[in-house]
Each structure stands twice: as C-alpha cells, then as structure tokens.
Design a protein around this ligand. Structure first.
Ligand code: SF4
Length: 73
C-alpha cells in the first residue's frame, strides 16, 4: 500500500494553536489550504504531502506551528 495517488488522503497538516501567532504567512502562500479563524491558522483544504511548496510553507512558519504528518502516524 504505497498509494501516492492517495496523497491528499494520507497527509494532513497539524496546527499548534498555542504556537501560531496568526501572521497569515501560510494563508497568503496557500489560501486554498489555510485560513485564519479567530487569528489562528486553520486547515481548510486537502493536503498533498508530496507538494514541495506546501512542505516549504510548513518549514517556513516563523513559530514552527505547522507540522506535516501522515494520517495514522
Ligand atoms: S505561518 Fe505559522 S504563525 Fe503564521 S499564521 Fe501560519 S501557522 Fe500561524
């Protein structure tokens, strides 16, 4: 079961609400995936774990509030 075709189902982004400062950088970079709700980043769209741009957004969060994880991990 490798399932690269199921990338959007196998991955998710976790937001550490205690770390997010609501800079909006992730929302600006990927408005189809992130939105700000009550000043905190919230995942609103499907996540493709093979998307390098998304991996960069996660890595560049200034407070390290984002984590790209496999569902089930
Ligand atoms: S880039 Fe990081 S700190 Fe800024 S809104 Fe997104 S999760 Fe929050």
């Amino acid at each position: 079961m490798s399932g690269s075709r199921d990338a959007t189902r196998e991955w998710r982004v976790e937001v550490d609400r205690n770390r997010c400062l609501g800079t909006g950088a992730c929302v600006y970079a990927a408005p189809s995936i992130f939105d700000l709700v009550d000043g905190v980043a919230t995942v609103i769209g499907p996540v493709d774990g093979t998307d390098e741009a998304l991996a960069d957004i996660v890595a560049e969060c200034p407070t390290e509030a984002l984590r790209l994880v496999r569902s089930g991990d």
